[in-house]
Design a protein around this ligand. Structure first.
Ligand code: ZN
Length: 161
């Protein structure tokens, strides 16, 4: 069975940067299960997986525009501490969601200087090539409930409470 829109694929993956350092990997754990064609993976990886079958192994390099995006300096902002009063005690490295131009983005606190806080809304992997080593483990049809939710249930997928 081939990977195509609205099918579930289980994959093992290892993601490395251009220097060969491992950023993330499923090795040694459960494979990742995802619903193809529903934006659950970065676009460049979904494109590379299209049409693959169980047993296929391949490498693909995904450019930033098809990965976690190109760095946008407009998403680096300095705001007064008091404007983040609802966020609790502020620490460098903490993250929270904020809406910018109709899109929810994850902001990271990069510095706290006096009463000002520096925030960065770029993904930590923005501007980076993503080098994936992929191992397709299984391809199956999605259940009606999975299609309704837009993600996979059960092993390797979402768990609802
Ligand atoms: Zn669900």
């Amino acid at each position: 069975m081939m990977i195509q829109k609205d099918r579930v694929a289980l994959i093992h993956y290892t993601l490395t940067d251009d220097g060969g350092s491992v950023i993330d990997s499923s090795a040694g754990g459960e494979p990742l299960a995802y619903l193809h064609g529903n934006g659950n993976l970065v676009p460049g990886l979904e494109t590379a997986l299209e049409g693959k079958q169980a047993g296929d192994k391949f490498k693909v390099t995904v450019a930033p525009a098809e990965g976690y995006g190109v760095r946008d300096e407009r998403l680096v902002q300095r705001v007064p501490k008091r404007s983040l009063a609802g966020a609790g005690e502020l620490r460098k490295g903490m993250q929270f969601q904020a809406q910018v131009g109709g899109t929810v983005r994850l902001f990271t606190v990069t510095a706290i200087i006096g009463d000002m806080v520096s925030l960065d809304g770029n993904h930590t992997l923005a501007d980076k090539n993503l080098n994936f080593q992929i191992d397709v483990v299984e391809v199956r049809e999605a259940s009606a409930e999975e299609l309704d939710h837009g993600h996979v249930h059960g092993p390797g997928g979402h768990h609802h409470h």
